[in-house]
Write a protein that binds this ligand. Structure first.
Ligand code: SF4
Ligand code: SF4
Length: 468
């Protein structure tokens, strides 16, 4: 498989492979909104005592995926806005005895794979599935053309698949078998890093007998693990049906739901970045109080906490009190709101740049950068250095699209295939003029979706490079 572009940056604060279990909290704060879900249909009353795994709320726009109680406790609906709070948490984890749902209408219509999907949905495992092209929750009862399972994590500092598989290799294999039982003859692509190690060998050996699994080795370069890039590179075209995608934790959740019939409320998240005391993996449940994590792990006071990786994560607002159900990692950066005046021209030993000529640090050789939340530079005009095009994994020309958008020419931007942008953020990172290209392109994609353009024009001018 051939990849275009990509780039790894070395940033201080990479999580180690140690997994620590967070102490039991006194209360859990469950956000009702995540990046994909809005759990607006609240199913419990204030003051009610719930058991572990009970449905607290559902997202009516997303196949009614449930927000399940990660612990038994007392429901509080008015303590924190947009949260369900669980107080008086049961100290000993209760074993859940979920009644097997018969769902006869699903069995009649969909057979055994329909029943399995139904179980994944009700036990919270379906939330780990993505549509490879849109990133949204896929439709549960429609058989996909393929499933992509990625064990690689290239974006700093997300929870690493190898850390999770090492702990539960058998459960991972079992989860893959369950995935296969959801399909008829469609393949499962297992994406693994192209590295030689005992563990990599063990993983490959473990799935060698599975004829329906196709192992795909990728270089560990960001963003080769992006689901859209993988689907395109595998030749899976959107018009041939959906492509489901999930990461290691998703396969483990499938096993948990279908082998043990247990709710999938536990998470292994990473915590990393230049402003943490110890960068590692944490075993916890969603709803865990963020202030407890900050008190134990964050070394500075003025920081920004990002849910997700450096490139694609989003800032956690102060009003969010607990980990949300989709968080796979926390990145902590020192806060710095001021752009430096003429920073692109300043010498500096701590700054790294994709272009070797930007800062004196080019003379230092390899080192780990300590970035802040400032973009380290003052925005200026494009200098046509071509860096953005070099790193772009989608094979488009970000500088050209930027010029079209600067002139508010959305039609030309569409012809230049702004729709192929996967939002990896690399172009913005390497741009020495610090133009916020990725944000511009996301905005343009939104405008195109809202105001459909004449489709017959699409693709007329798009280059060979744009088609992966
Ligand atoms: S144009 Fe899009 S896909 Fe290409 S580098 Fe920028 S954000 Fe990534
Ligand atoms: S990286 Fe920035 S300055 Fe260089 S060509 Fe792209 S947009 Fe222009």
């Amino acid at each position: 498989m051939k990849f275009k572009g990509g780039y790894n940056i070395a940033i201080e604060g990479r999580p180690s492979s140690d997994v620590k279990t967070l102490p039991e909290p006194e209360a859990l704060y469950l956000p009702l909104r995540t990046s994909r879900f809005a759990f607006s249909d609240v199913c419990v009353e204030d003051g009610r005592r719930v058991k572990l795994g009970e449905v607290l709320a559902k997202d009516p726009e997303n196949y009614s995926v449930p927000l399940l109680a990660p612990r038994a406790g007392l429901v509080r609906l008015r303590t924190a806005e947009n949260h369900i709070v669980l107080e008086d948490i049961a100290t000993a984890p209760q074993h859940l005895h979920l009644a097997e749902e018969t769902a006869p209408h699903i069995a009649r219509q969909m057979g055994s794979s329909g029943i399995l999907c139904h179980k994944l949905l009700t036990l919270g495992a379906w939330q780990f599935f993505y549509d490879a092209y849109s990133g949204s929750l896929p439709e549960p009862f429609r058989i996909p053309q393929a499933i992509i399972v990625s064990t690689a994590s290239c974006e700093p500092f997300l929870a690493r698949g190898d850390v999770q598989i090492r702990r539960e290799l058998q459960a991972f294999s079992k989860g893959l078998e369950y995935l296969q039982s959801l399909l008829e003859y469609q393949p499962i692509y297992l994406v693994v890093p192209d590295i030689e190690s005992d563990f990599a060998w063990q993983l490959r050996e473990n799935v060698r007998g599975y004829a329906w699994i196709r192992i795909v080795e990728i270089p560990l370069v960001y963003p080769n693990d992006n689901f859209t890039i993988l689907a395109r590179n595998l030749g899976l075209k959107p018009e041939n049906g959906p492509v489901w995608a999930l990461r290691t934790e998703g396969v483990l959740a499938v096993d948990r739901a279908l082998t043990a019939s247990e709710p999938c409320t536990a998470r292994i998240i990473s915590i990393g970045g230049p402003a943490v005391k110890t960068a590692e993996h944490l075993e916890t449940v969603y709803g865990y109080p963020l202030n407890k994590i900050v008190d134990s792990y964050v070394s500075e006071t003025d920081v920004r906490i990002i849910s997700g990786g450096v490139f694609t994560g989003s800032t956690i607002e102060a009003k969010q009190l607990g980990l949300d159900s989709e968080c796979s990692g926390l990145t902590v950066l020192p806060e710095a709101t001021e752009r430096e005046f003429l920073a692109f021209a300043h010498p500096g030993w701590r700054k790294r740049s994709y272009g070797k000529w930007c800062f004196l640090s080019a003379l230092r050789g390899e080192f780990q950068e300590i970035p802040t939340t400032a973009v380290q530079g003052e925005e200026r005009a494009c200098i046509s250095c071509n860096f953005c095009e070099e790193v772009c994994p989608a094979g488009i020309m970000p500088h050209l699209i930027h010029k079209y958008l600067y002139n508010d020419d959305l039609d030309e931007a569409e012809r230049a295939r702004v729709d192929l942008c996967v939002g990896c953020g690399l172009c913005s990172f390497v741009c020495p003029s610090k133009i916020e290209l990725a944000a511009q392109f996301a905005d343009a994609q939104g405008r195109i979706r809202r105001e459909p353009r004449p489709s017959e024009e699409r693709g007329k001018h798009h280059s060979e490079e744009a088609t992966l």
